[in-house]
Design a protein around this ligand. Sequence first.
Ligand code: GDP
Length: 514
Amino acid sequence: EKEESRSSSTIKKPTKAKNKIDLNEEITLKSSKPLLSAIVIGHVDSGKSTTIGRLLYDLGIVDSRSLHKLTKDAELAGKGSFSLAWIMDQTPEERSRGVTIDIVQTQFETSNMRFAIIDSPGHRDYIPQMINGITQADVAIVIIDSTSDLIFEASSAVGKNGDFSVRDIAKGQTFEQLKIAKNLGIENVLLVINKMDVNDWDEDRFISIENVLKDHLTNELGFQLQNLNFLPASGFNGDNIFNDSKLCPWYNGPTLFQYMEIMNTQTNENSHITLSNQSKDQFVLTVTDLTLGSGIESGSIVSTSKKSDTVTIHGRVNSGYLQPGESVNFWPSNESGQVDTISTVITKVNNSKDNNNKVVEKVAIPGEFVEMKIRKVELIDALAIGDLVTKITKADDDFVKCSNQLVCELSMFSLNRPILIGTPFILFKGNVSYSAKLSAIEWVENKIENDDGSITLKKTKKRKHLSSNQRARVIIETEKLVPITESIVKLNRIVIRKEGLTVAAGLIKKTIIS
Ligand code: GDP
């Protein structure tokens, strides 16, 4: 009832920016270097953290003293070889487990570029965190353990002469991750064939792994061959990470770091942003973190006697631009506030957490991870991680729709048993998961193989269940309201999981407002 009285009494008006900027000016942030956001995925123990740790060390971002201290800590814990990995796995809890348990986002910059690296846990239990990470990434770096038959799930997948069967690969965890990534819109993938030192840099092994991966990623997962790159490396020794490998004369391609520069250039090629061409797009940001009060420095504790009306949010700008002074709306709560400050944060990778470089900005633009202080928020408790934030303008009436009935198109994964109408599951959208259920099936589409080997697609209406590898158009009902912007496709991608398994991925096509 509190909410009702508020929405009827509040008239939301756009407010003016404190320092209006020239619409024809090319936007340059203080940290104006192009940003590439990459998620690192791969099987547990494939060497994700080691490889990224090595890269940061070779770049001079982590100094040898921090590395030395980490090495000593690791030795004390009896796990010397994990020292590089520990740079990324920051909390003591994570160290004692030796498994990355949450998403760690590290930003660093070189003389002309910026990078955000999202380290994701490879363990199957942490697929939700990986989904969250993928939604913040432009490209994926996949670490493959070249020594392990585990990437092919079972050693039986490896034939006598070292051939791998594509069908068996499909069962591997790395492939589930890649399938999710593809369905969430990742197109560019760098595959690092790691631990090549253990195989004495055997070129044949590299080529056979590359061929199997190419085949599967293009044929089964739908990646374009020209968007896949393969690199033999040793994350542990630093071969082909930042420096070329002397041990691998048969490979003359780019190093991991050179590939990251190439991907940054490609990703940012056509994005010389000017305010005039951005001004048509609505401002949308997804909240990835939220602190009550005016900032992390002043602590997040709000005294009960004098409740703060300020909130600090973190998020990635999806589209449009925003300036301090302007007003914003939060969805689905429909709460509003006014932007006080905007800043970008470069995380110095180090042992200490207070090594962040905060830069105050005049404007937030697409692709940036920003921190914003927002004032005049009445119902702070109504805000949550995963909210969409839009700019209040004269014309934004129903730009965001909130609904718990979603019309979705899905690609079904391999299922243990069919999914019936009424079946409960978890729907992942961006960094939020919702309790949901299948409430109707509009149609299903099956692939039928003809005698001549060609494929016909057959659509059937009025089905009562969904089966493996079908495409389907369905209505999903969620427990809570989901905020949707129909025009930004990337934000409408979803993954569906049930009993810890990924069963489908797809797209919200529209909402039903009852
Ligand atoms: P993650 O779970 O994918 O992050 O894997 P880690 O980075 O924790 O590495 C798992 C283990 O593999 C550790 O013992 C590493 O020292 C080892 N490792 C990682 N990369 C390499 C490599 O290139 N060569 C060798 N020989 N070992 C590696």
